[in-house]
Write a protein that binds this ligand. Structure first.
Ligand code: SF4
Length: 339
């Protein structure tokens, strides 16, 4: 091997050593109909061959209409659902086939913040108890330091110290979401899946929570998988963006590439709906006809062909290959091969 080749390998290895999460052809389907022998007759394909890499300290924003599989994908990566195909590599370990017992030691590294801060907190426990319990269970700090550790975490998350003795029902939605964030971060995770963390909150509170998540990411070197249908929020918080439709990744790349130069017709339609604050800029909204097809019976060929303004016969018959069109910018569309 030449010296040059050695350098190339070293650079590639270095790049991959930054990767905290790699998902390769991830699939998740749910059986919805079985015959008398228990054989699956019909299934709902929620996630279909999704692949991406996420570096430590970065945020990947996942966008798409309701029902596109983004939440199921997040939960499958955390193995709250068992994957039905593909691989999940976390921190260099292939965790795809890990049992519940094997996952237990990884639970502190992988956490989730749920959409609804009202139902995700136990009503009969105080904030102090809610935040102390995971710290004690996982032995994050010695027992005598738990209270001061929790108080410090509360301060970082913008919670006053006297909230320690209070109950969740005494707080507003924004404060409850701060408690949920503190609980997720109490075990010092590396990866946090944020599943629509601000969509249940008032717009003014959303900005505070997003800024808090950004600040905590910087100070604690967190990696986020940020799931949202709100494109403005995703644009603000993400480094990379993935666009999903009917369980599949349609486009993926750096935020700048995706927002400034979207390649896929679905991404273009989705982004054309973002309101422009400048009244002099005319909006060229692309209105998609029809509803999202059922994931139990997805269209043949390109799954977007029933709503795509550029669909051809080929699109109805052949599945477009998901490939890299610019450095780090992936998409799945036949039209891009012809340009
Ligand atoms: Fe539209 Fe065809 Fe591209 Fe699918 S493959 S997005 S139907 S042009």
């Amino acid at each position: 091997m030449t010296e040059n080749n050695e350098n190339v390998v070293t650079e590639t290895e270095k790049k991959d050593s930054d990767v905290l999460l790699e998902v390769i052809d991830l699939c998740k389907s749910f059986p919805i109909e079985k015959n008398l022998l228990g054989k699956v007759q019909k299934e709902l394909v929620a996630v279909d061959k999704v692949s991406f890499k996420l570096k430590a300290g970065e945020t990947l924003g996942i966008v798409g209409e309701s029902g596109c599989g983004k939440t199921t994908m997040g939960r499958t990566i955390l193995k709250l659902h068992e994957p039905t195909g593909g691989q999940i590599i976390f921190n260099g370990e292939d965790i795809t086939k890990y049992s519940k017992g094997q996952m237990r030691h990884l639970r502190t590294d992988m956490q989730i913040i749920f959409q609804d801060p009202y139902s995700s907190l136990p009503p009969r426990a105080t904030v102090g108890d809610i935040l102390s319990e995971p710290v004690k269970v996982h032995g994050i700090v010695p027992p005598e330091e738990v209270k001061s550790y929790v108080m410090d975490l509360m301060e970082k998350c913008g919670l006053r110290d006297y909230y320690y003795e209070r109950y969740p029902h005494e707080f507003s939605g924004g404060q409850r979401q701060r408690i949920c964030i503190a609980r997720a971060l109490s075990v010092k995770p590396k990866l946090v899946v944020c599943d629509e963390p601000v969509s249940a909150l008032d717009v003014s509170i959303q900005a505070q929570i997003i800024n808090l998540l950004k600040e905590l990411q910087r100070s604690m070197n967190l990696t986020y998988l940020f799931i949202s249908h709100d494109l403005s929020v995703v644009k603000f918080i993400s480094d990379k963006v993935g666009v999903m439709y009917l369980g599949a990744m349609m486009e993926y790349g750096d935020k700048k590439d995706i927002f400034d130069n979207p390649l896929h017709p679905y991404t273009k339609a989705l982004f054309s709906a973002i309101p422009n604050p400048n009244p002099d800029v005319k909006m060229n909204r692309i209105v998609l006809s029809g509803d999202i097809p059922s994931p139990t019976n997805p269209p043949s060929g390109c799954r977007f062909h029933t709503r795509c303004p550029h669909a051809t016969e080929k699109c109805k018959q052949c599945v477009p290959e998901y490939k890299e069109y610019e450095s780090g910018h992936f998409a799945a569309c036949h039209m891009l091969d012809e340009e």
